[in-house]
Design a protein around this ligand. Structure first.
Ligand code: SF4
Length: 247
């Protein structure tokens, strides 16, 4: 379910070839107009995605950890259970046993690892005195480094927390992003690293939290309903500009 900006509108259109090399290597400078127009197409077709659901900053962080390798419906069940047990608060997660957390989040799968990760991020937040205002104002690069030091927090989770829980302009890269863009025109993304792909998007959009938020959400929506592992190209709004469809 879930998911920032630099941008130049550029003069190119979505039907143009990307500049420099057809976009097949990360070295190929992006055709900046392409992603802007892609964003506009999906936004007008699908409407606001209203990500990320959650009643508090902490709940969004919990969701970002629980959503790893499972469907969002399972995350919702686990979050509901945490609420029923009245432990969906940092101090409570810190005070209850690891076994209690495991029991609460069982529906989200991989509960041994995820419970430990919830404990770890909670310890980190308590070290920061639960000062979410300060975390929102922190340097996102330094804060990202700190999050990545937490055992079990990888780049996608750290970036989801930075963007969706704390409002930092950080672009979230996930498997949907890789699949969609490698099919559309940037084949290198199929095997590109997280950092290469993220850097690509930083060249596409000016740093803007709201647009990074919405773009990621739109990519996930489109990938879940159209550009699935077996793509439904016949009804896809992007088929005219998709290399995979025309190949
Ligand atoms: S045309 Fe097919 S492959 Fe291309 S984006 Fe749409 S669903 Fe994916």
């Amino acid at each position: 379910m879930i998911p920032e900006t630099v941008q130049t509108s550029g003069s190119s259109t979505m039907t143009e070839k990307p500049r420099n090399s057809g976009g097949d290597t990360p070295q190929a400078l992006p055709n900046r107009g392409f992603c802007e127009e892609l964003y506009d197409l999906m936004a007008s077709a699908y409407g606001p995605q209203n990500w990320w659901p959650g009643d508090s900053v902490f709940e969004i962080m919990v969701g970002a950890i629980l959503t790893q390798n499972t469907q969002w419906t399972n995350v919702e069940k686990a979050i509901q259970r945490l609420k029923e047990m009245e432990i969906l608060e940092p101090r409570k997660i810190a005070s209850v046993s690891l076994e209690t957390v495991k029991t609460a989040i069982k529906d989200a799968g991989c509960y041994n690892q995820k419970a430990a990760r919830l404990k770890n991020i909670t310890a980190f937040l308590l070290e920061k005195n639960l000062d979410f205002f300060r975390l929102r104002k922190a340097d996102p690069v330094l804060l990202r480094d700190e999050l990545l030091q937490i055992n079990g927090i990888g780049k996608e989770t750290a970036d989801s927390i930075l963007l969706y829980a704390l409002g930092h302009p950080v672009f979230v890269v996930d498997a949907y992003t890789k699949r969609l863009f490698s099919r559309l025109r940037y084949r290198w993304m199929a095997t590109g690293s997280y950092d290469e792909i993220q850097e690509f998007f930083y060249h596409q959009f000016a740093k803007d939290t709201a647009r990074y938020n919405e773009f990621h959400a739109l990519i996930v929506f489109h990938s879940k309903y159209y550009c699935r592992s077996r793509p439904g190209c016949a009804h896809c709004i992007l088929k005219e500009i998709c290399h995979h469809h025309h190949s």
